[in-house]
Structures are given as C-alpha cells and as structure tokens.
Design a protein. Structure first.
Length: 238
C-alpha cells in the first residue's frame, strides 16, 4: 500500500526530517515498533504548529483549523493517531484514483459528537446537491469490555451518533443531517461482536464497520458491514 522504500531513499528522508526539525517545522515522538531491529529507535514525525502555519501561508489554505498538529499528540495516544493518519492516506489515494473530491477535517470537531475525523467525498459526475457523502471516523482500539458507567464506552458513543442522525442539531452544527459513521477496529472478531451488539438496538445502515487489515488491503473494496444486514451484505466506500 505504501510502496517500497530503498536505503538511499530512507537516508534522504532522514536528512530531510532532521532539517525540518531543526527549523521547528516538524516534531517527533519515539514509537515502539515490533518490526524494528533490537536497539534501534523508531520515530514518528508530524507537522508542528509552526509547520502547519507555514504551509497555510504558502497555499492560502486554512490548514491550521483543519488538521491537528504533532505538537498536540502524546506518546500514549500515538498508535491511535497513526491509525487515523494511515486511514487518511489510504482514503486520499483512493479518491485520487477514482477522480473523487475529498475534504478532510481533523481539528475543531467537538460539538454534540466528537469524532476522530470528519470527511466528505464528492463525486463530480453526480448532480449537485446529491453528489456528496458525509462521514465521521472512529478508530476504536479498545475492547468491547471497556466499560464506563456500566456500558461499553464505544456503545455510548455510537448511541450518541444514532440520536444525532437526521436531527436539527446536526443540521445546525454541520449543515447536513445524514451521515455514515466509519468504525475501524483491529480485528474481524471485534468487528463482528460490535455489529451483533449494535443490531439489537441500532439496526441501521448509518454505521459502517471494518478492520485495519481490510482497509489497508483495499479501502475501495466491499469491506464495510452494517448492523442492518452484516450477515449478508458488504458495502464499498461510494
């Protein structure tokens, strides 16, 4: 999915990152990677506040209000944040390949719901007003047994989306009423368990569940299942 990086390319990337970090345009955090040789430290780099502001000035885009900078990340949540980035990379490539327009927002999202990211996909071939699909992204790495106030935390969050769907409050806060919630989990077993649980009270096609392995193998494929019909049907992104 991400291509092969040669030794020469890696040396060039490392040098570029050192220069950008020295200028304060990127920040880095140490990352524990099982595939890294013993005794070798792996780092994850991301744009700093200064880097995003610089890019905004160069492109006339309000990126600072769309993307979270790496200054805001902690090592404790690094796995989660990386998964959001991996999903974004896969989605961006898919939309480019399919000539679809992608809007992505990862900052200033907290309102009635608080997703990991909001994105919209527009198909320019379809008529205006009927060509944009809205999505909220949830990267869920905790087990279903992670309880808060007697109920799995993810269920409380998805229940909030269920009540928010097609509401005037959603219209007021986002300028649309209907959306899909993409839930990405580490394994098929966890995904099936959550689908079964959702099917009891939230049997709706607004929830689209998949796994990390599935979207990395082909985000454009029929990899999404809903509580409404997960036993018989799978859906593709558009």
């Amino acid at each position: 999915m991400y291509g092969q990086i040669t030794k020469v390319t890696q040396v060039s990337i490392n040098r570029t990152m050192r220069i950008l970090r020295a200028e304060g345009l990127v920040n880095r955090l140490p990352y524990f990677d099982l595939n890294t040789p013993r005794g070798t430290m792996t780092y994850v780099y991301g744009l700093s506040d200064k880097g995003v502001l610089q890019l905004s000035d160069d492109t006339s885009m309000p990126l600072y209000h769309i993307y979270k900078t790496f200054d805001e990340h902690s090592q404790r949540t690094l796995d989660h944040e990386l998964e959001v980035s991996f999903f974004h990379i896969a989605l961006k490539k898919f939309c480019a390949d399919e000539n679809l327009k992608l809007y992505w927002q990862q900052k200033d999202l907290k309102c009635t719901v608080n997703p990991d990211a909001y994105f919209a996909i527009t198909d320019p071939v379809l008529p205006d007003g009927k060509n944009t699909f809205h999505y909220f992204l949830e990267i869920e790495r905790a087990k279903l047994g992670h309880f808060r106030n007697g109920e799995p935390q993810i269920m409380k969050k998805l229940d909030g989306y269920y009540k928010y769907f097609n509401s005037e409050k959603c219209q007021k806060e986002w300028n649309f009423k209907q959306f899909r919630v993409i839930v990405v989990q580490p394994s098929a077993v966890r995904s099936e368990n959550l689908l079964e649980r959702l099917a009891k009270n939230h049997k709706h096609r607004m929830f689209w569940l998949t796994t990390e392995e599935a979207y990395k193998a082909g985000i454009g494929g029929k990899i999404f299942k809903t509580p409404k019909d997960f036993a018989s049907t799978a859906y593709s992104m558009v």
